[in-house]
Design a protein around this ligand. Structure first.
Ligand SMILES: Nc1ncnc2c1ncn2[C@@H]1O[C@H](COP(=O)(O)OP(=O)(O)OP(=O)(O)O)[C@@H](O)[C@H]1O
Ligand SMILES: [Mg+2]
Length: 284
């Protein structure tokens, strides 16, 4: 009986959070690094299903860095990153699209549909969702930066009760163009800004942002984030993530969190507990 009362208490305790988030828009960036095994992916899907059932408008943007690197390796194509951004040749771009859109996007969408959630997998190429230009073609090749987000398709899907799952690639401007590889953190950020999202959550493979002693930094501001970047404490894949977080909070997104996607139910812990987990980024 005590156990049952405990469950009832937990449900009652979550009322204020449910009231806060119902009908709000939350963009969740599901890092490739957090998609480590079937159990984690299934639990991620279950957390999202719960949020969906509570009436939260959710958009998922997924990454796939490690899987892309593995696939390129098996094809004997080298992976190179500069400041956390992949240098993408034309042949690598074909592989990026194949892995993101053909593999990861399909698998995630399937997890949701298996649980009777109407998920729709799309890429930034669909319905002009993400428009882009080269970041700097001579340095990064077909890695692009977003110039415009056309939210029509997302709004239509959300209004009709679908769960959009977005692969971060964008179209080029001619038939020969392989398209652009967009860093998933910046795709999530630009989509969140365009949708006026209330919150963005980045799931990755660390506790959050760590300091020089590998201790968790609970709160970052644009100023303190710049300091950690300048001191080379924030490096690699954390650079585009922090840049995305800062851009979000400076452009109207109320709350941004980087959390550990390796912890089971990390999204629920973040949303439904007072303290939350990971690093929050605020605009002071
Ligand atoms: N100060 C820092 N704190 C935490 N992680 C850091 C820091 N500096 C660099 N990193 C690196 O950033 C990585 C997370 O970025 P990464 O791009 O690898 O993952 P992701 O964005 O979740 O996945 P994907 O790019 O596939 O979507 C961590 O695994 C860590 O190695
Ligand atoms: Mg990354």
């Amino acid at each position: 009986m005590n156990g049952k009362i405990k469950i009832a208490n937990i449900l009652v305790d979550s009322i204020p959070f449910i009231q806060e988030f119902r009908n709000s828009t939350i963009v969740i960036k599901y890092g490739g690094s957090a998609q480590q095994n079937l159990e984690l992916k299934e639990n991620f899907a279950k957390d999202i299903i719960l949020l969906y059932m509570l009436g939260i408008r959710i958009v998922i943007v997924h990454g796939g860095g490690s899987k892309i690197t593995q696939m390129l390796e098996s094809l004997k194509i080298e992976s190179k990153f500069i400041n956390g951004i992949r240098v993408t040749s034309k042949e690598a771009m074909k592989v990026v699209e194949m892995v993101l859109n053909g593999d990861i996007n399909r698998e995630l969408t399937f997890f949701f549909n298996l649980n009777k959630i109407k998920a729709v997998g799309i890429s930034g190429k669909d319905a002009g969702l993400l428009q882009a230009k080269p970041l700097d073609f001579d340095t990064f090749g077909f890695s692009g930066e977003i110039t415009k987000v056309d939210t029509k398709i997302l709004i239509k899907l959300l209004d009709d009760g679908f769960l959009p799952v977005v692969a971060p690639i964008a179209s080029g401007d001619n038939l020969e163009h392989p398209g652009f590889n967009i860093n998933a953190d910046s795709a999530a950020c630009e989509i969140a800004k365009a949708l006026n999202a209330n919150k963005v959550i980045f799931l990755t493979d660390t506790k959050g942002v760590l300091d020089e002693n590998s201790e968790l930094i609970p709160t970052l501001t644009p100023q303190s984030a710049k300091k950690y970047k300048d001191l080379n404490i924030i490096t690699g894949g954390m650079i585009p993530k922090i840049d995305a977080c800062v851009s979000c909070v400076k452009n109207g997104v109320q709350k941004v969190h980087i959390i550990d996607g390796r912890i089971l139910h990390s999204i629920l812990l973040e949303l439904f507990t007072t303290q939350g987990i990971g690093t929050q980024i605020i605009n002071e």
